[in-house]
Design a binder for this molecule. Structure first.
Ligand code: HEM
Length: 215
């Protein structure tokens, strides 16, 4: 496959199936384990941890799509960004639902206390609140209506992902895995930031087209 070119149709279909199938697999396994009584001795914690991990991994995969395009010319990867981001948000919603409804029985007082006392809950909530407008504006109509503001708004995904990594770090007993996620995230952000910083220079250095060529 040549860099920058669209992959053949059959590969595009396989990629799409892999993205949808791979994203739904953690949910299918969770439902299967739940239905067959194979969750751990603490099933609520099991559900919370597994939905949280799926959400973070999918969020990072969606953030890797544009750097893959920038670094390797894989233009097709950009089309996978939205489904991966939306699947991540689906797991975040399930994660939140398990925490608020199953674990805390929708007790507003207890939930408020957890937010006030546990810094990892506050970080998770802040991450969710930053991702919410992005999920709500993911429709074509919203993209059209918001114009260039849509792109600006979508930079919120980086602080949201950083807060999610911090959430993971603060609740973990060992820092290794959360720090690995944080390092991947910073590397992805660096690629985007360097590209954005160089963009005005690239445009300025382009030779001016003669008036006849301009549309
Ligand atoms: C209001 C929002 C959130 C709340 C209340 C919340 C709550 C929790 C709780 C209670 C745990 C399990 C702690 C334990 O039993 O040790 C957890 C784990 C986790 N959460 Fe969240 N969370 C929130 C948002 C998020 C978001 C937005 C993400 C990612 C995008 C996320 C990713 C994770 C991860 C990766 C884990 C640890 C998984 C593991 O250790 O394997 N959470 N969260």
């Amino acid at each position: 496959m040549t860099a920058g070119r669209r992959p053949p149709n059959v590969i595009r279909r396989l990629l799409t199936v892999a993205v949808h199938g791979g994203s739904l697999l953690p949910l299918a396994l969770l439902l299967f384990d739940g239905a067959t009584g194979q969750l751990s001795v603490n099933p609520i914690q099991d559900l919370t941890l597994r939905t949280g991990k799926a959400a973070l991994v999918l969020l990072l995969l969606s953030l890797a799509c544009t750097p893959l395009h920038i670094l390797l010319g894989w233009k097709w990867a950009v089309a996978l960004r939205k489904p991966l981001g939306l699947y991540s948000f689906l797991y975040i919603c399930l994660h939140l639902l398990i925490f608020t409804a199953v674990d805390y029985g929708l007790d507003a007082g207890l939930i408020g206390q957890a937010i006030a006392e546990k810094r990892y809950v506050l970080a998770g909530l802040a991450s969710f609140l930053l991702l919410l407008p992005l999920a709500l504006t993911s429709t074509r109509g919203a993209v059209r209506r918001l114009g260039r503001w849509w792109r600006r708004l979508h930079w919120l995904v980086y602080p949201a992902a950083l807060l999610a990594a911090l959430h993971f770090l603060w609740l973990s007993k060992t820092a290794r895995e959360p720090l690995l996620y944080g390092a991947i995230l910073i590397a992805l952000l660096a690629v985007r930031a360097l590209r954005s910083a160089r963009a005005p220079a690239r445009i300025a250095s382009r030779p001016a087209r003669p008036p006849a060529e301009r549309s």
